[in-house]
Design a protein around this ligand. Structure first.
Ligand SMILES: Nc1ncnc2c1ncn2[C@@H]1O[C@H](COP(=O)(O)OP(=O)(O)OP(=O)(O)O)[C@@H](O)[C@H]1O
Length: 276
């Protein structure tokens, strides 16, 4: 599918499918087209061309059917700040006609206990993100869309959210996340699509992407503090090792595994930093 705003093609002929019960990631820098893709898939904005099927329903036609089966966590935290945790969740529970027990159940799933009376405005960003995820679970969706779930969170909260996302997969949910965080993408995703300027430029399991496009490196630190790096298991790395070893220069040797960042740099010639 493709999406244009005026003459600006934001999503360019992308095509992918997500296996039931897995986590699929769209990884790319700001402006790559990730949120636009989520908007198409969650029936908020139709594609200019092409078609998206969610659980067998056409996103541009069957919005009512799809909305019963999906939960969405938007990038911006759009909870009612002046209302309590309970009031926020109860509003959505009523919208979906879910039973009253659902609120305690979804709060348990996201690991929140005893905060039901707290106003949203008094909560930390990490706690708000948990409430956002709890809200997306109110209708017991089969499919979850999480737009930048770890963005702007402190490392501890980001780790908690990642574990929770894995837990949701364990409960059988199919999850699509967008992220510009490579560690998050690597840790969570069964399949990862790297999106750059609206196009998917690579798609595979993170481990396969690293094998295919990354390079493990031999890293040697000398007694004088110099660092030598060379692709692992090559003649050049064994030559460097031998020379430094003969000269008694080696202080530390280790191998460095390829990362998703290496893959991104290799494919685009650009860095994908957390600040991007
Ligand atoms: N309604 C719109 N009208 C015009 N241009 C838009 C609109 N929405 C998004 N864009 C542009 O489309 C491009 C892709 O935006 P999109 O939000 O999908 O990117 P993204 O990868 O999700 O990045 P971010 O994390 O910053 O949201 C950007 O250049 C953005 O400015």
């Amino acid at each position: 599918m493709s999406k244009k705003y005026g003459s600006f093609e934001v999503v360019k002929n992308i095509s992918f499918s997500v296996k039931k019960g897995t986590i699929f990631g769209l990884l790319g820098p700001n402006g790559a087209g990730k949120s636009t893709t989520i908007k198409i898939l969650t029936c908020q904005s139709p594609p200019t061309s092409g078609v998206a099927y969610i659980g067998g329903f056409n996103a541009a036609v069957d919005a009512a059917e799809i909305k019963k089966r999906i939960g969405v966590v938007f990038e911006s935290q759009n909870l009612y700040e002046e209302l309590s945790v309970f009031e926020n969740l109860n509003f959505f529970r009523q919208l979906y006609g879910a039973p009253a027990e659902k609120i305690t159940e979804v709060l348990e799933v996201v690991g929140v206990k005893g905060n039901q009376k707290d106003k949203i405005k008094t909560l930390s960003k990490g706690m708000k993100q948990k409430i956002m995820i709890a809200r997306a679970l109110i209708n017991d969706p089969d499919i979850l869309f999480l737009d930048e779930p770890g963005s702007g969170l402190d490392p501890h909260s980001a780790r908690e959210i990642r574990q929770m996302i894995l837990g949701l997969k364990g409960r059988g949910k199919t999850i699509l996340i967008t992220t510009h965080n490579m560690e998050e993408a690597d840790f969570l995703c069964d399949c990862l699509a790297i999106i750059h300027k609206g196009s998917i430029i690579a798609m595979d399991a993170p481990g396969n992407l690293k094998k295919k496009y990354g390079e493990d490196v031999l890293r040697i630190k000398t007694v004088t503090g110099d660092i030598y790096e060379s692709p692992l298991n090559t003649k050049s790395s064994s030559d460097i090792f031998k020379k430094l070893s003969d000269d008694n220069q080696i202080f530390l040797v280790h191998s460095k595994e390829a990362t998703i960042e290496d893959v991104f740099i290799r494919l685009t010639g650009e860095r994908l930093t957390d600040e991007s």
